[in-house]
Design a protein around this ligand. Structure first.
Ligand code: ATP
Ligand code: MG
Length: 139
């Protein structure tokens, strides 16, 4: 049914639940998976050596988030790829979804945000509003 599944991760347990479900779907549907992490933009006027240090730090953190997600996805019969891109999460997720022509986006209902009372985080809400393919929100 689905051929290419995108799952967004922010380092939260909610996102890891989304990854596990994406893995199960990929096993059932024989789908490819792309795990996407958006990291905050780096101010271009930081100046050296801060600029290089900040870039390295951001990439290191992004890799840790993606590595953790890779552990969680489990064996799948097809490819599992990762992408870390700078920008707002909905922009990054929707850009990758379009470029790679994914047919399902999976996100957690919540993320790292502090407001536990929220039913749905602002990033997943924006993804739902703007996506042109089905979106699966994992609680
Ligand atoms: P808010 O960010 O509005 O304070 P929150 O952090 O609880 O609330 P969201 O940020 O909307 O909730 O997170 C919901 C889901 O969106 C996450 O489980 C994850 O799947 C996805 N997501 C959030 N941030 C990112 C990110 N930086 N990169 C990729 N996916 C993300
Ligand atoms: Mg958030």
């Amino acid at each position: 049914m689905f051929h290419k599944i995108l799952v967004g991760v922010d380092g939260s347990d909610h996102a890891l639940r989304a990854v596990r479900l994406a893995g199960e779907l990929a096993r059932t549907c024989h789908a490819d998976i792309v795990i996407v992490h958006a990291y905050p933009p780096i101010p271009p006027d930081l100046g050296e050596p801060n600029l290089q240090a900040t870039i390295s730090e951001r990439l290191h953190e992004a890799n840790q988030v993606l590595e953790r997600a890779l552990q969680e996805v489990g064996f799948t019969p097809r490819t599992v790829e990762t992408e870390a891109l700078e920008g707002a999460a909905p922009d990054v997720i929707l850009r990758v979804a379009e470029v790679r022509q994914v047919d399902l986006i999976v996100v957690g209902s919540r993320g790292l945000g502090a407001l536990a009372s929220l039913l749905l985080g602002s990033q997943s809400q924006e993804v739902i509003q703007r996506a042109t393919c089905p979106v699966l929100v994992v609680r």
